[in-house]
Each structure stands twice: as C-alpha cells, then as structure tokens.
Design a protein around this ligand. Sequence first.
Ligand SMILES: *Cc1c(COP(=O)(O)O)cnc(C)c1O
Ligand SMILES: [Zn+2]
Length: 411
Amino acid sequence: MSFVKGLQCRECKHGYEVAPIHVCEFCFGPLEVVYDYEAISKVLTKEKILSRPPNMWRYQELMPLDQEPTVGREVGYTPLIRADRLAKVLGVKELYIKNDAVNYPTLSFKDRVVSVAISKAKEFGFKTVGCASTGNLANSVAANAASAGLESFIFIPHDLEQGKVLGTLVFKTNLIGIKGNYDEVNRLCSEIAAKYQWAFVNINIRPFYAEGSKAMAYEIVEQLGWKTPQHIISPMAGGSLITKLWKAFKEMETLGLIKKNTARVYGAQATGCSPITTAVKKGSELFEPQRPNTICKSLAIGNPADGFYAARVMRDSGGWGEDVSDEEIIEAMKLLASTEGIFAETAGGVTLGVAKKLIEQGRLPKDESIVLCITGNGLKTQEVLLGKCGEPQIIEAKIRQFDELYEKMGA
Ligand SMILES: *Cc1c(COP(=O)(O)O)cnc(C)c1O
Ligand SMILES: [Zn+2]
C-alpha cells in the first residue's frame, strides 16, 4: 500500500498523478513526491521500524512505491561510527561517520536511490533502464539492472576512473562513454529518454529516485537514538542528496519520530567544481555553471539540477557551504583512512576536507555533534593515490633481510 498522494511542482505547486515525469509543464519546475503524513504517522511507529530487518526499507512508508521493493531489498542501514580518533585530530568532541562506502551492492550511497528508481521503473512497466552518471550511479544501475533482469544503457564522461568503468562493464550492461563532461552527457540523455522511452533513473524517474536518499537521514537519526545531529556535512554533485537529507529530518519531526529537527546542514564540493558552494559563499541565488576540473569526478557536475534548492537548505538550516582543493582532498582521504580505518573515495575526501576547514573557520563548533556523510568507496578511485602513500618494502623471504630492514626502519 502506498502513502503517496501524487507529484507536485516545487515552484508553482501544480499537482500531478504518479507517472514517469519530472518537470512541471507550466513552469518547468522540478516535481516532488507528496505523502499523506497523517496516515503514515498512524502506522510508522518506532516499534514498527525497530521490528523490521536492518535495511532502508524499514522506512518503506516514506518511499514512493506502490508495492514491496523488487530491487535492492538489502540496501542501507550502513554503520554510523563514533569517530573518536579522527575527532581528536580535528579537535572536536562528538564526531560520527555515516559510512555508505559499504552500501550494498556497489559500495556507494547511490545504491539507495537506484533501488527505489528501478523498483519504480518496474512498477511503471519499463523493460529498459538507463542513467547519466559520474561513476557511482553507473555501477549501481548496472548491478541492480542485472539482478532485476532488465536491459540497461549507461552514459558516462569517457574519462572516468578505471574502477568506475570496470565496475560497470562487469555487469554486462551497454556502457557509452561520451566525449564531454557530465553536463553534456546529461543533456544527451534527456533527448534519448524522450526519444526511446526508457526509464532514466535520474531524469524521467528523478522524483522517485531522489526519495531514496532520505533513508540515509532516517538511519542517522535512529542510530543517534532518535535525534538529529547538530551538524551534518554532505557532499554535493547535483545537489539532490543534501536537499533530501533536510526533507527527511523535517518529515521525522512531522511524524513525531523526533521532538525537533535541530540539524544544520553543510554542503561540500571540490573547488575545481564548486558552483553551489560558490553561490552560497557569495550569498547569491544565481548560479554560474562551471567547467569541472578536479580529481573528484563523482561530484563533477558543473550545472547542478538541484543546486538552487541545495543552497536554500544550507541557508534555511543555518549551515554553510565550503570547498577544498585536490591536495586537500587527498590529505583528507589519507587522514580518514589512517585514523578510522575507512577507505573513502575522493568525495569522502571532499566531505572530511570541508569539515576540517569549517572547524578551523569556527563555523563548526567543537563541542557539538557532527556527522560526516561518507558516500563512496576508495577502492574505486585508487589512481588518485598512486605514489601518494609510499611504496611497499620488497625483500626476499629471508629473516636476515627482514632484520636488516627492521633496523633501517628504526621502528
Ligand atoms: C552522486 C554522489 C553524491 C551526491 O550526489 P547529488 O547529485 O548531490 O545527490 C555524493 N557522493 C558520491 C560519492 C556520489 O556518487
Ligand atoms: Zn510548476
């Protein structure tokens, strides 16, 4: 049973029936899923949630499906880690990492949105799914389409990391590399979606897809003992995740699952592709699209679809936006790994790098709770660390050689 009332334009509020559409025909505003919270609050109690298996579908009443999910039923409920060793380095008291680098099945937060999108595409009767991707979405659509027995067409900028490319091809999809950046890929995919009538998860299925991100916030609240963190830092590409984290916190307050949403939300980008944080720092509502130039390819969207709304979330919640250089990204990836044993991809370096910067700026207070959203796995972006973590010591299998080496190491 579904608690969805329909779709609604975020701008002019015109209502639409549930359908594979994503823009308002009157004002071209984005469409958003609207729920019957009154009805949900009667069935979705804490006891009900806690009685369900540990995956994101324990919040299924807040997801836009008519039936049980058919794809990615095991997604979510990733660990929330108390990061005391990292906190000490940063000089803060209460730090947590929401670790979506270990999400099922393709090790990024995109597995959440894809499970919703492909389950919904199946409800609509589509036989072919697709996406425009900066990498992680490609991996997840290919994997989930394979397990659902659907054909898939995946479009990426041609120069992505090996791990992202191979981690897509292995699922026997149709992978198309476009000679251009993500924004050019996305424009082409809009035309293809219209012409071929396929379900592009982040284009014509986008209103449903984006709802999957909310589960990350529900889980954080639950894992913190039914309260919002005081501060949460989210990486931004198209700006969808950060807006949905905020929507989810507000929903939990509406439903009475928490007393009050007191979270301040901060957005993180790479300086080499920072259209959203640049607008926030300028106090501007206007976005200037950028031509991405950063090692953080997963966040390299120069013309973000939800950038405007992402900026508004940072402003409304009392948060802020900041960005970091490629060097700072690498330093942060190494810091996270060496203090907490978590190997995050470049986007994780962006999130931690920005947190560090915000703490140094005094924007993040040292004695309040902070959650870092780690959204992707470092095994997929290994090339950025080549030559940056030292080399293994090679010796023969002889104890004498190790003795000598050990002495040299001065350990
Ligand atoms: C896609 C992605 C995000 C966020 O993307 P939005 O478009 O802003 O929702 C964050 N981190 C990683 C690793 C991603 O792949
Ligand atoms: Zn409208």
